[in-house]
Design a binder for this molecule. Structure first.
Ligand code: ATP
Length: 602
């Protein structure tokens, strides 16, 4: 891969491979279990104890059968009773485990549902500043992958942990109780097994996480490539894309090989350690049988218990790994849940009453990054029903004024009032319900055209939807669509033209019927006929409302009641078209430039 290729895409890794064990996080996660503890936990614990005890009792029954029913002159009836007892124990164990797994899965799924619900509902409330800092991919990963990685912990992990502890303690107790010397000799292998299991697993898990992060990168790249496929093909960059993809693919392949090799080394090491345990048992056990300290039946039972050791130790090792991943995942999830919105609601915030639409900006200042002012001391007075056009060079601060009006950000100085109410003193939802916004990059959700218009007012009737569409001149093109209002618009409205999307968003805004309307005018790729339609639609939309328009079209600028000219965050000129033309300042220059451009292309 050449250097240029490597530098083109920079994907930030959001991964922390693991975290120290942290009781604070465990407690916080535990709170999600609390609502279900009374309902289902007693059932699970009972089933768990029944399952563990029946399992532990079985080898003792085998030992009893060997020592009493199988010896010379033994009772054949006793053998049948023992086998019957074993069968019964197996059935009870199977039933207890089946119910336990079913209930645990139910709780696990409920907990995951609650966690995902909390996370998503909180993320929806966060302000633009939060989204500015994070790529959409990293937010998605937290809602999907990180929450999923807790799923195992909640569905199996917690209960298995308890069960394994009960089983392990039970086995150790039985071994030491029936023969302390042999028991102690076998138990020596436990710490070795545990050590191997945890240490090696940590390495294995890390290597799989590397594989996962490589796959995430591939996904991110694929996502970007598919979104940008038109640009890639237009600039004939397929080869360059391919070589970058190959590089990532190869790196993923190598990391998979490494993880897989490590994984395969796990079982042989474990088997060798297990074999050592069996050797100790049979060598030492044989001596104890000769000295009549233990019976053959007990030796067989001990051998079975060694086999049982493995399961819980192995799972506890796995659980330890799982816990460390859960620590990292939950930390990431709670980091989002703890994130305070940058536009905090005042403690005694009140609902903004229905407003007329008088707006005052007093000495408004704003900086996205400390020390870089995007707006400097803006003073502006708008009467209800006036239309304001915001003009200025790119980066002059037009969108920033709009962002502050909607409280997507809070101003860093000065104040904004609507009908005398400071917008920081009212609830965000009551403010936004009276401010409608139509963005240049109109967002069309997947669903039907009707659903998209209804997004402005969810309880609107079909008649209201059609009325709004007719008012903004969208009705005609909608009824021409294959299924009219019920036409599916496909991903992000792919089947609609720019102008059609714009008209749908006008209908959506009209249906919401806000007192204050903000419009980021679309400029590109609209033919004259659609342009005329949009102008007509605009008249309907703006009638009787206070409106702010980031204006690009000469026609809109000319008709505005007040034109605000911004330059590097400073309000330089204001007035109507004729006033500003007379001044021959920045506005005059902008208009002249536009006329020259239109003349040249025309
Ligand atoms: N999210 C952001 N984080 C940091 N800086 C930003 C952010 N958004 C805008 N800016 C900066 O703030 C300044 C004003 O940007 P703004 O988007 O208001 O300009 P604009 O006049 O709307 O430009 P355009 O006509 O190109 O849309 C610019 O210097 C821009 O770089």
């Amino acid at each position: 891969m050449d250097e240029q290729t490597g530098q083109r895409f920079v994907y930030q890794d959001d991964e922390v491979l693991d975290k120290e064990f942290d009781w604070g996080q465990v407690k916080r996660l535990g709170k999600y279990l609390k609502p279900y503890s009374k309902q289902i936990l007693p059932v699970i614990i009972t089933m768990m104890i029944v399952g563990a005890l029946t399992k532990l009792f079985n080898p003792l029954l085998i030992a009893y059968a060997i020592d009493n029913a199988l010896r010379e002159g033994g009772d054949p009836k006793l053998l049948i009773q023992c086998v019957g007892g074993m069968l019964l124990l197996y059935i009870i164990q199977w039933a207890a485990n089946t119910y336990r797994i079913r209930f645990t899965n139910q709780i696990g799924q409920k907990v995951i549902y609650d966690l995902r619900h909390d996370l998503f509902s909180h993320i929806q409330k966060l302000s633009f500043k939060f989204f500015d800092k994070r790529p959409a991919g990293s937010i998605l990963v937290r809602i999907t992958n990180y929450v999923n990685s807790l799923q195992d912990l909640f569905t199996n992990g917690v209960v298995n942990l308890l069960m394994d502890c009960v089983q392990l303690v039970g086995i150790i107790f039985i071994l030491l109780y029936f023969n302390i010397k042999l028991g102690a000799a076998i138990i020596v292998t436990v710490p070795i097994m545990f050590f191997i299991s945890t240490k090696l697993r940590v390495h294995i898990r890390r290597s799989w996480q590397v594989v996962q992060s490589k796959q995430s990168r591939i996904n991110a790249h694929l996502n970007e490539c598919i979104q940008g496929i038109k640009v890639t093909q237009a600039f004939a960059q397929e080869k360059e894309n391919m070589s970058f993809f190959d590089h990532m693919n190869l790196s993923n392949h190598k990391s998979w090989n490494r993880a897989s090799t490590l994984n395969q080394s796990f079982n042989p090491i474990i088997e060798v350690t297990g074999a050592i345990g069996y050797c100790i048992l049979f060598w030492f056990g044989a001596h104890l049988i000769q000295s009549q300290e233990i019976t053959v039946g007990l030796l067989v039972a001990f051998a079975t218990y060694i086999g049982f050791f493995w399961e819980p130790i192995n799972r506890l090792g796995q659980m330890y790994s799982q816990m460390l991943i859960a620590m990292a995942s939950s930390e990431r999830i709670f980091e989002f849940i703890d994130e305070e919105p940058n536009v905090p609601e005042a403690l005694n915030a009140k609902e903004l009453p229905n407003v007329l639409g008088d707006i005052e900006l007093k000495q408004v200042e704003f900086e996205y990054e400390p020390g870089r002012k995007a707006l400097k001391g803006i003073d502006l007075s708008v009467k209800a029903g006036q239309s304001i056009a915001l003009v200025g060079h790119t980066g002059s601060g037009k969108s920033t004024i709009i962002n502050l009006l909607c409280r997507f950000y809070d101003s860093t100085g000065g104040s904004i009032t609507i009908d005398g109410h400071d917008i920081r003193d009212v609830t965000v939802s009551s403010l936004r319900s009276q401010v409608g916004i139509v963005l240049q990059d109109t967002f069309i959700f997947s669903g039907t055209i009707r659903d998209n218009i209804r997004f402005g007012k969810l309880n609107a009737t079909d008649e209201e939807v059609e009325f709004a569409a007719k008012a903004v001149r969208a009705h005609d093109f909608i009824v021409d669509m294959p299924q009219g209002y019920d036409t599916e618009v496909q991903e992000r409205g792919n089947m609609l033209s720019m102008g059609q999307r714009q008209l749908i968003s006008f209908a959506r805004a009209l249906l919401a019927d806000p007192r204050i309307l903000i419009l980021d005018e679309a400029t590109a790729s609209i033919d004259t006929e659609t342009e005329l339609k949009i102008q007509e639609a605009l008249k309907t939309l703006l009638a009787g409302r206070t409106s702010f328009i980031i204006a690009h079209r000469l026609s809109t600028i000319r008709n505005a009641d007040n034109i605000i000219v911004l330059d590097h965050g400073v309000l330089m000129e204001q007035g109507d078209h004729d006033d500003l033309m007379k001044q021959q300042g920045i506005y005059y220059g902008l208009i002249q430039a536009q006329y020259r451009f239109l003349k040249e292309v025309g």
